[in-house]
Design a protein around this ligand. Structure first.
Ligand SMILES: C[S@@+](CC[C@H](N)C(=O)[O-])C[C@H]1O[C@@H](n2cnc3c(N)ncnc32)[C@H](O)[C@@H]1O
Length: 227
């Protein structure tokens, strides 16, 4: 799948209102991950695969004297993110591929990525780009829901119109190490929102699958750019 095909697919997501629904779905766990990032007021933060930009705006609340930049391969997602962020003075968005970041070496102190890594055609290249644009000691935190150990999420693979990488926690740890990250840390984050008695959503085939997904948790993995 080419970048253009990925862009077309995620542009459709943006037009269908999935930018907003992803915020509702991802925010309860994303907030926990961002709280662990120790983002300082002067931080320079990158949000990779920012979608509608909800996490970019949340990061801006921490880095209120710094700069927060969201990038996404979908121009429609970036348009939505820009529209929703007019009141955020230190926030900017760019259309870009994670595998080719339009930034200089060492530009950022922190990088974040929510539910985006497994869509990349070349995850090692993206991780190496994120490492390149982070200053020495800079922190990268990624969250993924779709990973080997979360079996209930595997049903998404056939329903998605784009190919995805199904990786284990160890696979992610190895990829981070290969890209030059150190002090790798992983944790499961639990979404505390209640599970409805009568599940009618479309994300899972059954309520039991939703329960299994929630109990397994989202994978947060982080690493520091080697000094
Ligand atoms: C599931 S959405 C998550 C969006 C947002 N992080 C959130 O939590 O709401 C995945 C996002 O990754 C973006 N994406 C996919 N492949 C990408 C790539 N190679 N480079 C940059 N963004 C990419 C998509 O356009 C989409 O907006």
């Amino acid at each position: 799948m080419s970048d253009a095909q990925l862009r077309t697919e995620f542009n459709e997501w943006a037009r269908a209102g999935k930018g907003e629904s992803m915020e509702r779905g991802h925010r309860p766990v994303g907030e926990q991950a961002i709280a662990r990032m120790r983002v300082t007021p002067e931080a320079r933060v990158l949000d990779v695969g920012c979608g509608s930009g909800w996490a970019t705006r949340l990061l801006d609340e921490y880095a209120f004297n710094g700069r927060v930049t969201g990038i996404d391969i979908s121009d429609e997602m970036v348009r939505l993110a820009r529209e929703s962020s007019r009141s955020c003075a230190h926030v900017a968005f760019e259309i870009a591929s994670a595998e080719q970041l339009p930034f200089n070496d060492n530009e950022f102190t922190h990088a974040f990525s929510m539910e985006s890594l497994y869509y990349y055609r070349n995850i090692p290249k993206a991780l190496s780009e994120i490492h390149r644009v982070l200053k020495a000691g800079g922190l990268f935190v990624a969250v993924v829901d779709l990973y080997c150990e979360s079996e209930a999420t595997h049903q998404w693979i056939d329903t998605l119109k784009v190919p995805v990488e199904l990786l284990s926690i160890d696979d992610y740890r190895s990829l981070f190490i290969d890209a030059g990250f150190v002090n790798i840390f992983d944790e499961r984050l639990i979404d505390p929102t209640p599970i409805p008695e009568n599940y009618t959503g479309s994300s899972f085939k059954s309520r039991e699958d939703l329960v299994s997904y929630k109990e397994t948790g989202s994978l947060m993995i982080s690493g520091e750019a080697a000094r």
